[in-house]
Design a protein around this ligand. Structure first.
Ligand code: GLY
Ligand code: MN
Ligand code: MN
Length: 462
């Protein structure tokens, strides 16, 4: 946990930014896996973590913008619980540890909500992403279950985004801790990427390294020789020479700050000519992001500039043809990269995505594109000092998509489908780092993880 002053300052700013009424921030409950007492790993809600920092399930925080008071609600455990869980601090003690002077049980929370409704004061809450929390809000506020999301507070969403988008020095230090563990995950797995091994062995190693860093994974590992499937969670393939292995994995610190790193390596440790060619194109694109990202530029613009590097590379291979700007303006290159360049990262691997991407990655000035590929960009807005975003271009030869576009005759002026046929068995390449926008430009966070052809071959050769 950060100091109690950090949480007090954050809550004070949130109360001021929202302005009036009360703010309800629900913590998460335990989530049953296959029966009630066999639960998934407990993951606290990130907004609750940001403003209250407490890891216990079943808590709800309230901020009263009108009288400046903060509250923590939850039911204390009894002796039957203590037998199973051991002694735990009371809700009152938990609240005091983060500067909250007022506490109560869940009945007291209901009383407060009912009173606030009676006073016709505004109740701000975030759109729930878990069914149990949606039900809890429905009961607390007397709303129909299906109406709960509709009445979520845009003022609260905007105030949370404003505050959480700019990472403080202590948050950046946490993210770099998560990347230090990701370094061990990725470098260790690279060395294991030899023919005869199975993807699940490397995925298992990575998860072990994450826990050795004392935290869970930040999302289910992508470890696949079929990297053309963007989020491939199947780990059953045997590694064979000639395949590129996409490893997209990160972890969380004990405070739940994330890392999200992708490396792609040739099985066996040596790039053949085809592999090297595609890899170098993607790497040039990934480095272009680092070269041009700075406060004031939009990430949509960065995505477009990076797309030009990719398109130039594919033109060199004879896969694309024509004027590079025209190719990118038409979106023809997106056949080989149907996703956006990156997303915000912090307490969530896709930071704040539960608020609604439009409020996090876009603003009044920058709207999402309708174009295939660019339309999937999760963060397109103007960059500011303190943003942490991912830089993750890729190249994917997706046979079903190539066949579909070819059959429909899409972008025939720009795409040489006959040449593309030769690449349909290639798979995919993605390279991903987490970058911090600084005063002048940006900085790749954490200890450098082998990325150039030479560095990867040396790492795997050893
Ligand atoms: N790990 C999914 C992503 O890179 O966004
Ligand atoms: Mn990733
Ligand atoms: Mn990512």
């Amino acid at each position: 946990m950060f100091s109690k002053e950090t949480y007090m300052t954050r809550r004070e700013r949130l109360r001021k930014d929202v302005g009036n009424g009360i703010i309800i921030i629900a913590g998460n409950n335990e989530a049953p896996c296959n029966y009630t007492d066999n639960t998934y790993w407990f993951r606290q809600d990130s907004t609750f973590l940001y403003f209250f920092g407490i890891q216990r399930d079943g808590l709800v925080g309230v901020l009263d913008c009108d009288n400046g008071r903060d509250y923590l609600f939850g039911n204390d455990i009894d002796i039957e619980d203590i037998v199973w869980t051991g002694p735990l601090p009371s809700v009152k003690e938990l609240g005091e540890s983060v500067g909250v002077d007022n506490s109560g049980d869940m009945k007291a929370l209901q009383t407060l909500c009912t009173k606030t409704i009676g006073e016709h004061r505004k109740i701000h809450y975030l759109p729930p992403y878990r069914a149990d929390i949606q039900r809890q809000m429905s009961q607390l506020l007397g709303l129909k279950y299906d109406a709960v999301k509709r009445y979520a507070s845009l003022d609260l969403i905007k105030a949370c985004v404003k505050q959480r988008s700019i990472k403080s020095a202590e948050e950046i230090a946490e993210i770099e801790r998560a990347i230090a563990t990701a370094y061990n995950m990725h470098v260790g797995a690279m060395k294991m990427a030899m023919p005869g091994r199975y993807e699940y062995e490397l995925a298992g190693f990575m998860e072990g390294e994450a826990w050795k860093g004392n935290g869970p994974l930040s999302f289910p590992i992508i470890m696949t020789i079929h990297g053309e499937t963007l989020h491939n969670h199947n780990h059953n393939n045997r590694l064979e020479i000639g395949r590129m292995l996409v490893m997209d994995a990160g972890c969380e610190t004990p405070m739940n700050y994330c890392s999200d790193i992708t490396r792609t390596v040739p099985v066996g440790g040596h790039f053949d000519e085809r592999q090297k060619t595609i890899y170098e194109i993607v790497l040039a694109a990934q480095m272009e992001t680092i070269r041009i990202s700075r406060p004031g530029i939009t990430y949509q613009e960065v995505h477009t500039e990076v797309s030009k590097i990719l398109a130039e590379g594919y033109k060199g291979l004879g896969i694309l043809k024509g004027n590079t700007d025209d190719i990118v303006a038409a979106g023809a290159h997106s056949l080989l990269m149907p996703h956006g360049l990156g997303h915000m990262m912090g307490l969530d691997v896709h930071d704040m995505e539960n608020y609604g991407q439009i409020y996090v990655g876009y603003d009044d000035e920058t709207r999402p594109s309708q174009q295939f590929g660019l339309g999937s960009l999760r963060c397109g807005r103007r960059l500011e000092e303190g943003f942490v975003i991912t830089d993750e271009p890729g190249c994917y030869f997706i046979p079903a998509l190539i066949d579909k576009w070819n059959a429909e005759g899409l972008h025939r002026d720009f795409i040489n489908y006959a040449e593309l046929e030769k690449w349909k068995d290639f798979g995919g390449v993605r390279i991903e780092d987490d970058i911090l926008i600084t005063k002048e430009g940006c900085r790749v966070l954490g200890k450098a993880i082998p990325k150039s052809v030479k560095e990867i071959e040396e790492t795997m050769g050893n």
